[in-house]
Design a protein around this ligand. Structure first.
Ligand code: ZN
Length: 266
């Protein structure tokens, strides 16, 4: 019992000496190492942008809409609505990449260990350089964020709002930039790119949730706005989605199936 206690005590005391020894080395190096002080200056000079990836979560209570929409469709729609914000993050990424390359170069240039402002003979030079290298690696700035990702989660919910099907996808800088480029190649209010335009239309159509559907029926007193019929009622976009109409309260109306078809044919 006593032996165990003495061993523990000795290990403890040795530990304290070891710790004190290291902190004396550390204090000396932080004050006097030319490499460490240069690194500190460089660290202060570089400000990297800090930001998070974006996650978009959307739920659908309509099976048909959920089946039709892909994560990329939703990303396209999101990019059109939030172009400026996303471009800001892409700029941050570019800036971080450029600055980080410069930072690494500058750090490499000062890896000149063993030069001290004040030389104290009692320290072993070998140990000093050993600790200096360790401290130098530890003091370097963390790798900044060099990419921006957007994650899209689309889920299908039942009548009670429980999710039971999910589509997930994550998009990186390159994919986002590519989509933005395609989105920007527009003439007037319509898009040349059929695939892009179809994505936008699918998402817009999917915005009519069951809740909105009931609200519109209720607002229109559950009858067709053209003929007054109360049979086979449908939701119609006053300005069609294919012509740039949105799924907003003002652009939706109640029509019966017949009037809706007749309107489509015109
Ligand atoms: Zn009608």
């Amino acid at each position: 019992m006593n032996v165990v206690f003495i061993v523990i005590l000795i290990v403890f005391i040795l530990g304290i000496f070891f710790y004190l020894g290291i902190s004396i080395y550390k204090t000396y190096l932080i004050k006097n190492s030319i490499a460490l002080n240069l690194l500190k200056e460089i660290n202060n000079k570089y400000n990297f942008f800090a930001f998070k990836d974006k996650t978009i979560s959307i739920s659908y209570d309509n099976e048909k809409y959920f089946e039709n929409i892909s994560c990329q469709d939703y990303l396209t729609y999101y990019l059109r609505e939030n172009e400026q914000e996303v471009e800001k993050f892409l700029k941050y990424v570019k800036s971080n990449i450029c600055k980080y390359d410069l930072y690494k170069k500058e750090v490499k240039n000062i890896e000149n260990f063993g030069l001290y402002r004040k030389n104290i003979k009692i320290f072993s030079k070998k140990f000093l350089i050993f600790f200096e290298k360790k401290l130098f690696i530890k003091s370097q700035l963390d790798t900044p964020k060099l990419s921006f990702n957007i994650k899209v989660n689309l889920s299908r919910t039942d009548l009670y709002g429980n999710e039971f099907e999910i589509k997930k996808n994550s998009f990186n800088n390159k994919q986002i930039t590519e989509l933005l480029k395609r989105l920007n190649s527009k003439t007037n209010s319509f898009y040349n790119d059929r695939e892009i335009w179809n994505s936008l239309c699918r998402v817009e159509r999917g915005k009519v949730t069951n809740k909105i559907r009931f609200q519109i029926f209720e607002r229109d007193n559950n009858c067709c706005r053209i003929c007054g019929s109360t049979q086979n009622l449908q939701i119609d976009h006053i300005k069609p989605i294919s012509k740039g109409g949105r799924s907003t309260y003002d652009n939706l109306q109640t029509l019966c199936e017949r009037c809706n078809k007749r309107k489509d044919n015109n």
